[in-house]
Write a protein that binds this ligand. Structure first.
Ligand SMILES: NC(=O)c1ccc[n+]([C@@H]2O[C@H](COP(=O)([O-])OP(=O)(O)OC[C@H]3O[C@@H](n4cnc5c(N)ncnc54)[C@H](O)[C@@H]3O)[C@@H](O)[C@H]2O)c1
Length: 177
């Protein structure tokens, strides 16, 4: 990943599925660039390791927070977004909808013909499609400050972009205003 450029103004970023893989790398990238990050994941041990060990120096500085969250559970999403908003003093700037099921194959070499794959299909849909909608919906109220900031007499003179919601997919470029 390219070297992070340190931003002049710190943003508050939520990364879902950030305990490992692309999400963890993105979380580190944002922190290196001077932003604050809140990580969601379902894997409790990996999540705790990522936040408190892998990102230790940022954790100790209070720049990274985390919560176990099941992206298939809308009530859990709403509760954990509230928790993240509290950590960010009610201002969220960027949501990276990274969490998802990345496996290209059905489990146990099953095929579409096997009835058992239906449950896997539903899990894919809930995690990869419905969860980004639910996450975005839960975050929007905390992103509205960006609109009012840009309308205020101080903000009117600044180059403030709108809130930023990113769905991670192959080849996606991430830009934090
Ligand atoms: N790796 C690739 O080549 C590739 C290609 C295209 C798209 N993607 C997408 O990019 C994202 C990240 O990919 P990756 O390779 O880092 O995958 P990964 O499996 O290493 O990481 C995904 C993370 O999402 C978390 N997660 C899964 N289900 C969850 C749930 N119900 N609730 C909360 N967290 C959950 C996992 O615990 C894991 O930490 C995924 O959405 C994947 O579909 C990846």
């Amino acid at each position: 990943m390219a070297e992070a450029q340190v931003s002049s103004s710190s943003k508050n970023v939520i990364v879902s599925g950030g305990a490992r893989g692309i999400g963890r790398a993105l979380a580190r990238y944002f922190l290196e660039a001077g932003h604050h990050v809140y990580i969601f994941d379902i894997q409790e041990d990996e999540l705790e390791y990522a936040a408190t060990k892998h990102l230790e120096k940022y954790y100790k500085d209070g720049k990274v927070g985390y919560a176990v969250c099941n992206l298939c559970d809308v009530e859990d999403i709403r509760k954990k977004v509230e928790q993240a908003a509290k950590f960010f003093k009610n201002k969220i700037d960027v949501l990276v909808n990274n969490g998802g099921i990345a496996s290209p194959k059905w489990k146990d070499d099953k095929t579409m013909e096997d009835k058992e794959t239906y449950d896997q299909w539903v899990a894919y849909m809930e995690t990869n499609l419905t969860a980004p909608f639910a996450m975005s919906q839960a975050c929007i109220p905390y992103m509205k400050h960006r609109e009012s900031d840009s309308n205020s007499s101080e903000g009117a003179h600044k180059d403030i972009a709108g809130p930023c919601i990113i769905r991670k997919s192959t080849g996606c470029n991430v830009h934090v205003p």
